[in-house]
Design a protein. Sequence first.
Length: 275
Amino acid sequence: MSDLDVVFAGLPGTGKTSYIGLFYFAVTRGESVLRWGNYADNREHANRLAERLIRCESVERTPLGQSAGLRLSVTSGDLDDALLALPDTSGEVWEHLLVDREWDEDLSSRVSRASALCVFVNAAEWHDDPTIDDARAAANALDPTAPYEGHSSPDMELSQVRLLDLIQLLVEAEPSRLSSRLCIIISAFDTVAVDSPDQWLESNAPLVWQFLGANERTLRWAVFGVSAQGGTYADPDRLEELRQSTNLLERGWVKDGEGVRVGAATPVEWALMDE
């Protein structure tokens, strides 16, 4: 049995944990090309996440220092029995990586053996206006020879510079990483005015879009928009509407880069494709 490790990376609150619950629910309901395998696995954490999404309850963030996630025995028509691992690593761990520029040994090991990378961004918490710190980081990102001066505060806002920084750290962690697959997953996509995740990324993170385009010959990438909840729980009227729908796969949804609705498990399925 082979191991398939997919790294879910992103700052705190970017939707990694919620998507694991949605993905797991899709697999358990047969709404994925991935099927149950023949080996014991660990799905307790994912079960709890899916149950909270079904009840329209906010999914709690993974505490710092803890890593749960999903270990699922899967198979498909093109895939022998494999153990799929989706570690639910705390967003603060990724935040510390950006601030300190030092790899945690366990995190480094996960990235080095990963079959694919999924980087999460929360559209509802995106910040367009660059700060002075962003400008310095952008200059360093565009000029690799420039000394990195670090971030001024560990309380990091979501911005294109930090997203680009995280992507570069991941793809440069291993020389072979440029031949891997990279998913950019934009969570809370129900909060944006555009239908196309590609368009959102190009408009809101042009530095990231340019980096992906410049490396498209070696880095296979795709962009997806996700609404694991199907809408905001903060609006009482909307929350009541969501609770009327008992089918999580009708309430939560995923769109491909062009804005076409696809299966909830599609980002992981794409990440595991051989070609």
